[in-house]
Design a protein. Sequence first.
Length: 238
Amino acid sequence: MLSLFFAIISLLYAMVGQAGGTAFLALMAFSGLPSTEMRPTALGLNIVVASYSTWFLNRNKVIDWITLRPLLLSSMPAALAGSLLVLGEHVYRTLTGLVLLLASAVMIVRRGSVAHRVCETPLWGSVSIGAIIGLVSGLTGVGGGVFLAPALMTLKWASARQVTLLSPPFILANSTVGFVGVLLTGQLPCSDSATYAIAALGGAVAGTVVGLKWLSETAIRLMLVAVLLIAGVQLVRT
């Protein structure tokens, strides 16, 4: 049953250029997985999903690597630093719960697509945003794309289409270095992570290919917001 849910989450997130780290954490919170396994499992699933999406987009030559470069250069060291920090069970669940609640709030207030990029992204802006999101990604196990997309769109540094193309490689890079850091701390994915990874990959393939053909972005966002809100409240309360 959990594998099915992981596949569905991956499919829905892939439709909007995301890996699903926040929802993966939410689902693991529902299932009662220990915090020592939640973070490495979520990062591992992010790598699987984002790897396919990045390969697919890069094959079609639609990734803007020039815009992405400063974001990666600042976020990857921050993600590694965050992953090396091992938080206590209560602190981790509270922090992750707050991150999920923040992610849901961001998705609620996120506006619709804009037709084109309004202005060029300043270097200091890319570096600052990348470092902050990377640190949160490493600490909690989220990929960071759920924060990158609305941040760039709100600041009018990128359009909805552009952030959809930037998010998968951003998530892949930060999840990879975060996963390495987590392993160095002695935390390991759950025993069923391989099964979950296969299910998530299947969802990512379907979601990336199908896109938003049958389900609107608004409907997807409402469903994900509900999951994030419930899981975030549950984590904070525990």
